[in-house]
Design a protein around this ligand. Structure first.
Ligand code: SF4
Length: 331
């Protein structure tokens, strides 16, 4: 891939921010607004890792994430769309001699299905590998990257248009990401449709990201308030021993569910074959906030409802998860 020159913003028909609710994609949103891109031009697209409302199996994601992203869209008056693979992470994990699930997207309150017709029947019954290789770490492509692409390639509104796709990767996050280009042709680009990919915060450091929150007194995703440095999946396969210990403390039922699936599959999430219970026993709870707001943040993170009114803090406070290193998943 080669670096491309972006068009002036007004020449794009759609500017889509791939919005996880995490700090880097939020910084992209703040930055684009600072640059004067009107909210009416922007769209937030979020891939729901655990599936949609009808086929949701709560397993990996933070319960509050979708509601948080929706509240952000409402706050700024930006259209928010959700996409997912049928049955989410759980269905992909339990796939047995079958095709991967259909992809769905929700648009203006209506749900559309993109059936899976091609590909090979396959059996997973094993956790994705903790590897940068996306063929082994199947969760990122099957639940996020391909879901996004399938919707962009098939949604009638985006045919024969000029589209800018904005994502929040940063070079300081990993040696892999250090090699990413700031701009390039998106993999959904075609002869009939121009799709540019832009990573506007590629060279930002973490301080610059939090500065964007501070100047708006904007409440970060509750995961950061609880001591997570990244808002990826709550049960991300890359979670450190401390994060597993913290999950076991604040959400014992969710932790027990993952432990039970490890036993059922006879396969551990950790590629060194340490069970989740053993790994959590190696971790500690120092990352969790020590003050009396812990239960408030836990309730917020584990709730399915979050309103825009909660987004602006009375006084900015750096969250417990800020500057804790790159703990947690890469996506
Ligand atoms: S956040 Fe972790 S578990 Fe979730 S899709 Fe990404 S790598 Fe997989």
């Amino acid at each position: 891939m080669k670096k491309v020159e972006l068009l002036p913003f007004q020449e794009y028909d759609h500017i889509i921010i791939s919005e996880s609710g995490g700090k880097d994609s939020m910084a992209c949103l703040f930055y684009l607004l600072d640059l004067g891109v009107p909210p009416s031009k922007l769209e937030l697209w979020h891939q729901s890792v655990d599936g949609g409302k009808e086929d949701h199996v709560e397993l990996m994601d933070w319960p509050v994430t979708e509601s948080y992203v929706e509240a952000v869209g409402n706050h700024f008056g930006i259209k928010t769309s959700f996409q997912w693979r049928s049955g989410g992470f759980f269905n992909e994990l339990m796939r047995k001699d079958s095709l991967t699930g259909d992809v769905y997207y929700c648009d203006d309150g209506e749900i559309f299905r993109l059936p899976t017709k091609g590909g090979k029947k396959n059996t997973r019954l094993m956790w994705p590998a903790m590897s940068p290789d996306l063929r082994k770490r199947y969760c990122s492509p099957y639940l996020k990257i391909d879901v996004f692409r399938r919707v962009l390639n098939n949604h009638p509104r985006y045919k024969e248009k000029k589209i800018l796709v904005v994502t929040g990767e940063r070079r300081e996050e990993s040696s892999n990401r250090a090699k990413y280009l700031e701009t390039e042709l998106h993999t959904c680009n075609s002869k009939k449709r121009l799709v540019h990919a832009w990573r506007p915060v590629i060279d930002w450091n973490e301080q610059q990201i939090w500065d964007q929150y501070e100047k708006r007194r904007f409440l970060p995703h509750p995961a950061y308030l609880l001591g997570w440095n990244r808002t990826s999946c709550f049960g991300c396969i890359f979670s450190t021993a401390d994060l597993w210990a913290m999950m076991r403390e604040i959400a014992p039922e969710r932790f027990a569910k993952l432990v039970s699936i490890e036993k059922q599959l006879n396969h551990t999430i950790d590629t060194k074959r340490i069970s989740l219970e053993e790994k959590a026993n190696l971790g500690g709870l120092d990352g969790l906030p020590k003050d009396n707001r812990l239960s408030k943040w836990v309730n917020m993170a584990l709730s399915h409802t979050f309103t825009s009114e909660d987004l602006i803090m009375n006084k900015w406070e750096s969250p417990a998860g800020a500057f804790r290193g790159n703990v947690g998943g890469p996506c």
